[in-house]
Design a binder for this molecule. Structure first.
Ligand code: DAH
Length: 339
């Protein structure tokens, strides 16, 4: 039995040395120390020994058992340590590496200006409405008192999509849609994109932005128009800005005006920005033409109104001193990041 024990000890030591995984070790433990293991088997045979031999042999087997248990525990611990080290090494984080840059977007300067204008007009009691960019001839021209073959159509070079379908040349189309669906008193603005087949240069783009305004009620006069637009100009350009109303012509308003503000760059003396004029034109406006009211089912004997169309791009370029309108549409990040 002694020899057998020695053989088992030697076999166990060898098996332990050549095992390289935790799984191997567990198998080994079962093989020698498990319920049906080899050492356990020897313990079970103790009964066949003489009473003198029994304690001595029992001690030897127990010692062997304890030793093997300790060896297995050590080996397991060593393996676990190695595994942890390996894991830590593979998951190591180099805290000296440069951090990933988080880039935060910002509003396009045009949208900042639109938001400011919306806030301003809302404070004066205006609602914001929306209109489609693809319009019919009816809304963009016909009902705005610009019948087919009217010379005023030449004022705006139009992109046609089909015979009666076009890209709106002016947000004024939204006036008609509003008056068709709302009854006076009406006080709305409509900011949006408009399209004209213009030659591209520093001050012209085939896509640009307007903010339309419309007020219809009983007893609206040119004074109301002047008051609202002067307040608008002073809020946007500063209270010491001078505002000038010039007679003009638009088919959908009578009388019509164009509104200029004193150049914020030179204060009115004349410079490169205002092309020596001292004034910058920012919008067209006028009293809504009776034909326009009639076309929308509003009685011009009972109601009157004023309308205006503000050039948003011009307001943006003058506010931020942008020398070329094309910069607003090129999506050059180096430009946009400045706002
Ligand atoms: N729609 C005109 C344009 O694009 C601007 C304009 C002028 C709008 C007078 C108006 C207005 O509402 O009353 O040139």
């Amino acid at each position: 039995m002694k020899e057998k024990l020695e053989a088992i000890k030697a076999a166990a030591r060898e098996a332990l040395n050549s095992s390289s995984t935790e799984h191997d070790i567990e198998e080994l433990r079962v093989k020698f120390l498990g319920k049906k293991g080899e050492l356990t088997a020897i313990l079970k045979q103790m009964g066949s020994l003489s009473p003198e031999e029994r304690p001595q042999m029992g001690q030897m087997v127990n010692e062997a058992k304890q030793k093997l248990e300790a060896l297995i525990a050590d080996k397991k611990a060593e393996m676990q340590k190695k595994a942890t080290e390996l894991k830590l090494k593979s998951e190591a984080i180099d805290i000296t590496m440069p951090a990933k840059k988080i880039s935060v977007g910002g509003l396009h300067p045009i949208n900042t200006v639109i938001n400011d204008m919306i806030e301003l007009f809302q404070s004066m009691g205006f609602d914001v409405v929306d209109g489609p960019e693809v319009e019919t001839d009816h809304y963009n021209f016909e009902c705005l008192n610009v019948p087919a073959d009217h010379p005023a159509r030449d004022m705006q070079d139009t992109f046609y999509l089909a015979e009666n379908l076009l890209l709106r040349t002016q947000t004024s189309a939204a006036q008609i849609r509003t008056m068709e669906t709302r009854k006076p008193p009406i006080r709305v603005i409509c900011p949006g994109r408009v399209f004209r087949a213009d030659e591209v240069d520093a001050t012209h783009s085939p896509v640009f932005h307007q903010l339309e305004g419309l007020v219809v009620d009983k007893g609206i006069t040119m004074c109301d128009l002047k008051g609202v637009l002067e307040q608008f100009a002073h809020e946007i350009y500063g209270s010491d800005t001078k505002v000038r109303f010039r007679p003009s012509f638009f088919p959908f308003t009578e009388p019509s005006v164009e509104v200029d503000v004193s150049c914020s760059e030179c204060g009115g003396k004349g410079c490169r920005v205002c092309k020596g004029e001292g004034w910058i034109e920012i919008l067209g406006a006028g009293m809504v033409h009776p034909n326009v009211l009639k076309c929308c089912g509003i009685d011009p004997e009972e109601y009157s109104g004023f309308a205006f169309g503000i050039g948003i791009d011009r307001i943006t370029t003058t506010r931020y001193k942008i020398s070329d309108i094309r910069l607003l549409f090129e999506n050059d990040q180096r430009f946009l990041e400045q706002f």
